[in-house]
Design a protein around this ligand. Structure first.
Ligand code: ZN
Length: 438
């Protein structure tokens, strides 16, 4: 059995494989070799399905197959170029009880803690009540097809997961300033997504004799209008309310009452908060839009015949892709622009907070982390989980791993790191959950 230093050695080996998305099969091959070496009981006992690309799916057969569990994570990481790293980002340097490296919290910690938990339980002679699957995509970071390939395997084999657990929220350490308790942010929903291309056309021509109202001028006026008006209506959705009321339990006494009141005031809160705090208030209570890409002529002295900007819309569960696009289209027409819908998906369904998948997950948190308060977490960004959610009863987006807000800031940034004690606690959590799941 691995002790504390065994965890560090195994985890470091995973971090030292630079599995940057689409960097090359050889890096993932080395990563798979490390998995076989470090988790010998999984290698010997679980069936391993290689689904194409470098996607991995393990099945640990349980006593029953009617309510399986899928634990997800991704093998790939974002590049670690730039930033002021204190060490080589693929060295897994240990310093002050922390391991530094790309992927330490996004999300080789999730991968390590799930496979380590299964490995230990097998070594202890445990057979789970239900089949347990470990599903590890190789291309989450560029929204590649890995998770879909896994979903298709489940569909083809007629397996309907009862609960799917993926990365998302973490256990946020109390900051002493606002929070008096650590909060386990259990992701219960993710917002929808739409890329909308706004296109302006014109006659073009030589830039030395410019007409008025060229495509870029109209696009600029459109962008300015959208940025300065409340295009999407705010509202109090069920996940926003659940999160605010949950947060109340980790806040210091003065703020606790305010949060409770805000949660119960519904629409009033939803109207005020986006104005008070654009960073959290806007995404929490409405669909948001931001302009992310644009293009015009191919040379500096050419007036474009066509120019475009990309509006990236995050769709609230109270809205729909269709409603958001219709609003943008109405405004675009005023500026003589057209819209074209690209990649899009609706907000995911919200996890059933009284369903057994959620309640068993929460019970395992309470058992392994008695000092922590569970907070339902409304996720503004996306995860692979949405793909598997299509076929599962419940989807939960959370790795119960203690991280400070400073550590959370290291995600996709320099000096990503994790506490060694957090790894131990999280393995313990997954062991408890899997041992008791039925
Ligand atoms: Zn991730």
């Amino acid at each position: 059995m691995k002790d504390n230093s065994g965890y560090v050695a195994s985890f470091s080996k995973l971090i030292q494989c630079p599995t940057v998305t689409d960097s090359g099969h050889e890096y993932f091959e080395a990563f798979h070799k490390a998995l076989d070496e470090e988790f010998p009981h999984v290698a010997a006992t679980c069936s391993k399905m290689e689904l194409g690309r470098d996607v991995l799916l393990y099945k640990w057969a349980g006593k029953h197959s009617d309510r399986p569990v899928v634990l997800m994570a991704h093998q790939d990481v974002v590049p670690a170029v730039g930033g002021d790293w204190i060490c080589d980002p693929f060295s897994a340097t240990v310093k002050d009880g922390k391991i530094y490296g790309r992927g330490t919290i996004d999300c080789k910690n999730t991968l390590f803690c799930t496979i380590q938990a299964v490995d230990e339980l097998i070594a202890e002679g445990v057979t789970p009540e239900q089949d347990i699957y470990l599903s590890y995509s190789d291309c989450e970071e560029n929204s590649g097809p890995g998770a879909e390939m896994a979903r298709d395997w489940f569909k083809a084999h007629g397996v309907k997961p009862n609960v799917v657990i993926d990365e998302g929220g973490a256990i946020v350490r109390k900051d002493g300033k606002y929070m008096v308790k650590d909060g386990a942010m259990v992701g219960i929903i993710e917002k929808g997504y739409a890329d909308v291309r706004i296109i302006a056309r014109g006659k073009g021509g030589h830039s030395s004799q410019p007409p008025k109202n060229t495509p870029i001028a109209r696009l600029a006026a459109f962008v300015n209008y959208v940025e300065t008006h409340n295009v999407f209506k705010p509202g109090m959705s069920a996940p926003a309310k659940a999160m605010i009321l949950g947060l109340a339990d980790v806040l210091k006494p003065g703020l606790k009452g305010i949060a409770k009141l805000a949660g119960h005031m519904g629409s009033l809160t939803a109207h005020i908060m986006p104005k008070l705090n654009a960073h959290y208030g806007a995404p929490m209570f409405k669909s948001t839009v931001v302009f992310t890409m644009c293009d015009g002529a191919t040379a500096p002295n050419v007036i474009p015949q066509e120019a475009w900007v990309n509006a990236n819309v995050r769709v609230s569960p109270l809205d729909s892709v269709e409603k958001c696009v219709a609003k943008l289209e109405k405004i675009a027409k005023k500026f003589d622009c057209e819209v074209q819908l690209g990649n899009n998906r609706e907000a995911s369904p919200m996890a059933d907070l009284s369903g057994d998948g959620y309640t068993q997950f929460v019970a395992a948190i309470k058992k392994t982390y008695p000092d922590v308060e569970v907070v339902p977490y409304y996720m503004f960004g996306g995860t692979d989980c949405r793909t598997m959610q299509e076929i599962a009863v419940t989807a939960i987006r959370c790795t119960p791993c203690r991280l400070s807000s400073e550590q959370l800031g290291g995600m996709h940034a320099a000096n990503e790191n994790i506490d060694i004690t957090s790894l131990e606690e999280t393995v313990n959590f997954f062991k408890t959950f899997l041992r008791e799941y039925n």
